[in-house]
Design a protein around this ligand. Structure first.
Ligand SMILES: [Zn+2]
Length: 480
């Protein structure tokens, strides 16, 4: 499969694409564009950004086609071996999961604008970029001069890239992996400090899972000149779009960048490899419903911050500040009395990324994080500090991902029970599928840690002056 990408109209934010398909032997073929992207579990209907769609053969004759769904085209290919599909894609959404073009850069998430032939998803792709010679390319895939190579559509769909003359690059080595840092946009960041902190938290994540399964990993940072915060995970990379607000100082902005980076790196294991059976493999044409968002986003949110504390990159005070802000969002959301976190996960496809109707739903991020925290402390407590949620995650990685399969709610529950030695029926009934029942559990686990929690003015450990307690369970949890 071959794509040619041209940028003759950057000021109006249109990208020109030509998809060449050869070795056709059927009377009809179906061409599919994804309807959503992993990381955001709602339909996005990318086909609405396409115009000037036409199909020709190698003598430039028009080929007949018709749409059979909103993003699938049926093409008449009787006695035709090779076709060229050309179209323009409107790339004017500058965030971590979309595509954007202007005079200074070409930034593409291929899942937005590139297609596959139904039944031929496993064939390899070459993406040829008609870009200026001075442009550098940042991407997790192999790049030869101006061509990007993917071994199949899944890999292409998971591999965003930035091409620009002003891309800044730096790297570090951790064990056998090279970690790349790419920056697009002006920033005031202390790169040496970022490299050092990244090394510290990455090492702690590798310790948790046992290995880092990629030879190269890329942080693609877009630094915007407006307040912004968005990150999207991929198998061997992440795109993070950040912009500082006026009220934020450089130190707070830096810590926020670390928090989102640690979260996205954790996804490398938790969702890009350890994945619910409902999304194994992904179906890009329609909703992939799952009630397990509290695992793939909740546990990731929980560990993103906890790993920064464990690695010493964050102080206890910084950790508490972030925890308290998540707790505040839980306490101030009346939706927790109406809908469980599992039901809210299923419904991300409906209203997961908008405020929605007041009092209707919870968040797989916030309630999921609190559910993970409770599960972690329960395991540490009931196993007498022998195990923690770390063991559950390592087990999911070793016994599900590495055996080529997804996990179910009952698999996850069995692992919580295996490492804690107690039944988790009430936990699933009250916290995962229940409504508004977090407080009493939270109070219990925070007591175990020797900390304090205040729900009226949501704060963790507010009366302890942020000193680390000497409680043994606390030390086991924070690895201090
Ligand atoms: Zn996430």
């Amino acid at each position: 499969m071959h794509y040619k990408v041209s940028i003759s109209n950057p000021t109006e934010h249109f990208i020109q694409l030509t998809f060449t398909i050869d070795s056709i032997h059927q009377d009809y073929i179906h061409i599919q564009l994804p309807a959503w992207r992993p990381g955001r579990y709602e339909l996005q209907n990318y086909a609405k950004n396409i115009r000037c769609f036409e199909i020709t053969d190698d003598k430039k004759n028009q080929i007949a086609f018709k749409k059979i769904t909103k993003d699938c085209w049926e093409v008449e290919t009787k006695n035709i071996n090779k076709i060229f599909i050309s179209y323009e894609y409107y790339a004017n959404q500058y965030d971590a999961g979309a595509s954007y073009i202007d005079e200074s850069q070409l930034y593409i998430n291929p899942i937005n604008c590139m297609m596959y032939v139904v039944g031929r998803e496993d064939e390899n792709y070459d993406i040829e970029l008609a870009i200026p010679d001075e442009y550098k390319i940042a991407c997790q895939l192999q790049v030869t001069e101006k061509t990007i190579h993917a071994k199949n559509f899944d890999e292409l769909a998971d591999s965003p890239f930035i091409a620009s003359a002003s891309l800044q690059h730096s790297s570090i080595k951790i064990q056998h992996t090279t970690i790349h840092f790419w920056f697009q946009g002006n920033h005031q960041l202390d790169i040496e400090r970022l490299k050092n902190d990244t090394k510290l938290y990455t090492q702690k994540q590798i310790e948790l899972f046992g290995d880092l399964p990629c030879s190269d990993y890329h942080f693609l940072y877009h630094i915007l000149d407006k307040p912004f915060r968005h990150g999207v995970e991929h198998a061997d990379s992440t795109v993070i779009a950040m912009g500082k607000s006026i009220e934020q100082n450089e130190e707070d902005f830096y810590n926020d960048l670390l928090a989102i980076s640690s979260h996205e790196l954790f996804h490398l294991w938790n969702i890009k490899r350890i994945r619910p059976v409902d999304m194994f493999p992904y179906d890009f044409t329609k909703e992939n419903y799952s009630t397990l968002g509290y695992v793939y986003e909740g546990i990731t949110t929980y560990y993103g911050d906890l790993i920064l504390l464990r690695s010493g990159v964050w102080s206890w005070e910084k950790y508490c500040k972030s925890f308290s802000s998540d707790l505040k969002r839980h306490v101030e959301n009346p939706g927790r009395f109406n809908y469980s976190v599992a039901e809210s996960s299923f419904d991300t496809w409906l209203d997961g990324y908008v405020p929605g109707v007041i009092g209707r739903k919870t968040s797989i991020y916030m309630e999921g994080m609190l559910a993970a925290f409770i599960a972690d402390i329960m395991i540490i407590k009931y196993s007498d500090k022998k195990y923690s949620l770390d063991n559950v995650m390592r087990d999911l990685y070793a016994h599900f991902y590495k055996h080529g399969k997804g996990y179910t709610e009952s698999d996850y529950k069995s692992l919580l029970e295996k490492y804690s030695g107690i039944p988790f029926d009430n936990y699933f009934k009250e916290i995962i599928w229940g409504k508004g029942n977090f407080e009493k559990y939270l109070k219990d686990v925070v007591d175990c840690l020797g900390c304090e929690i205040d729900f009226t003015e949501p704060l963790l450990n507010r009366n302890n002056n942020y000193t680390i307690t000497q409680n043994e369970l606390f030390k086991c949890w924070a690895r201090i």
